[in-house]
Write a protein that binds this ligand. Structure first.
Ligand SMILES: Cc1cc2nc3c(=O)[nH]c(=O)nc-3n(C[C@H](O)[C@H](O)[C@H](O)COP(=O)(O)OP(=O)(O)OC[C@H]3O[C@@H](n4cnc5c(N)ncnc54)[C@H](O)[C@@H]3O)c2cc1C
Length: 452
């Protein structure tokens, strides 16, 4: 791939050894992927004058789960868990400043809800992203290599619109490429009536003519999709099925003492435990990060009740039911779901016209890291061996991975209310000083008691 310096973004183009002052090591953080985690990093890095940073995102503009942003869907985390506030409440990138700049602060106070609409938070994220000139949208990172001579990483990008390649040098990489939709075994791909929830709104028009629709998965996405279809029953003749393999449709636990376990102190405690203990705890803490919001489940119940009163209820919930496979005899034919009841230990089948897989997301180390695999530490299970600061490289300070730390940092891995802590740690490590103090805060539980 040719090096074309003029195609690299702005002044941050990779400099060949001919042009570069060999005495000056590259000191530049490159963020790969811009979802909420790396967007928060970009906001917090912005005031650090002696740290150059550049971010690449393959999408043409910031968009947070746009295909599942239902009109009334609310955040699962309060607005104080925005991109910056817990690390720096004086930052201009706060949600409150966004509201102020848009003339909505007073209206928001009247609304009186800690939990913003997801659509509004997406707008807030976009507002922040649009102010940061060092985020390069429409740039796909295709490859990363290590340059032994220059002792830096070379990040290869491709302009998504023009296919123009470019290379940027970096002393630190922060991988924020997120998770990928999970597609269950036994479910055929490329059937246009089998949709992953991450594509729901884009594909929803196709569902209009489908009479029988099954939603698979009892998490928040499954709940929101099912509720949306349920609310549409007044205008569409849908017959709905919602199934979960869990014992019941349970709410994510959000008690105040439970929420103390999303604190940096608990994360440090979890990190200090033996790997086998962490693994057990992740299972035991299932209810803390799976399931759906209590109010979404209540709204589903109330909507079903109202349909029942009107005599128009055409929906059924199937708990403890695992989807085994989906078959269809020919293109256009109905889809046959093979189901297994986990408690009765019985098999059954159901015919439907469309399926929405709300089966979640999974971690995957991006392929562009293949050529730097020898610089990445893995644990005995093959997972990235992150340290507390999210560094995963052999020197513990060059390659950081966001949101892939369930096995090391615990159940709050993808929780946006902890991203400030991850980003503070990353920036403190990269700069070699405490730019953002790690404040343990007030806790009423002693997670690591040492006795009197
Ligand atoms: C519908 C939904 C709602 C959620 N709501 C909440 C909530 O209210 N509160 C909460 O705490 N958590 C919530 N979560 C969980 C979590 O916070 C989100 O999944 C969040 O988006 C994770 O952010 P991220 O930055 O790690 O990754 P992502 O948001 O997935 O962003 C990763 C980005 O990397 C880009 N990318 C990937 N590969 C490349 C490449 N090679 N080159 C360039 N760019 C690349 C992608 O295009 C993408 O934009 C929600 C999750 C979902 C699915």
């Amino acid at each position: 791939m040719p090096l074309r310096q003029q195609d690299s973004p702005g002044a941050l183009a990779f400099q060949t050894s001919r042009h570069r002052d060999m005495r000056t090591p590259v000191r530049r953080l490159v963020g790969i992927g811009v979802g909420p985690f790396n967007l928060g990093l970009a906001c917090l890095a912005q005031p650090i004058t002696d740290l150059e940073s550049v971010f690449f995102e393959r999408k043409p503009a910031f968009d947070w789960h746009g295909n599942i942003l239902m009109t009334h869907a609310r955040m699962q985390t309060p607005f104080t868990a925005d991109l910056v506030t817990p690390a720096d409440p004086t930052s201009p990138f706060s949600f409150l400043n966004f509201l102020k700049q848009h003339g909505r602060l007073h209206a928001y106070m009247i609304r009186g809800d800690l939990y913003p609409l997801r659509e509004e938070f997406n707008q807030y994220y976009q507002w922040c992203a649009n102010q940061l000139e060092n985020i390069h949208f429409g740039h796909d990172v295709t490859d990363v290599e290590y340059d032994d001579a220059q002792q830096c990483y070379r990040v290869h990008t491709e302009n998504a619109r023009t296919s123009t390649p470019a290379v940027t040098a970096a002393s630190a990489l922060v991988i924020g490429t997120g998770t990928v939709p999970r597609w269950p075994d036994g479910v055929p791909r490329n059937v246009n009536r089998i949709i992953h929830s991450s594509q729901y709104l884009a594909q929803r028009p196709r569902l209009r003519d489908c009479r029988r629709i099954a939603v698979v998965g009892g998490g928040q996405s499954g709940a929101e999709v099912f509720l949306d279809l349920l609310q549409g029953q007044d205008t569409h003749d849908h017959e709905l099925l919602w199934l979960t393999r869990s014992t019941h449709f349970f709410p994510t636990e959000e008690g105040k003492l439970t929420l103390e376990m999303t604190s940096p102190t608990y994360i440090e405690h979890f990190f200090s435990l033996a790997a086998s203990k962490r693994k057990d705890l992740i299972q035991a803490q299932h209810n803390l990060h799976k399931g759906s919001r209590l109010d979404t489940l209540a709204e589903i119940y109330d909507t079903m009740y109202a349909h029942h009163v009107r005599g128009s209820l055409r929906a059924k919930l199937l708990p403890a039911t695992s989807l085994q496979r989906i078959d269809r005899e020919r293109a256009g034919a109905s889809l046959r779901l093979s189901l297994y009841h986990n408690h009765l230990e019985t098999d059954s089948t159901r015919e439907v016209d469309a399926v929405i897989l709300a089966t979640g997301y999974q971690d995957l180390l991006p392929g562009f890291m293949d050529r730097i695999a020898d610089r990445i530490l893995l644990d005995s299970s093959g997972h990235p061996d992150l340290d507390l600061n999210h560094a995963v490289d052999i020197n513990r300070g060059e390659i950081f991975i966001q949101n892939m730390d369930l096995h090391t940092h615990g159940f709050s891995t993808s929780d946006l209310s902890v991203s400030y802590n991850d980003n503070s740690r990353i920036l403190n490590t990269v700069t070699g000083r405490t730019v953002y103090p790690l404040n343990p805060g007030v806790l009423f539980q002693d997670f690591t008691p040492t006795g009197d």
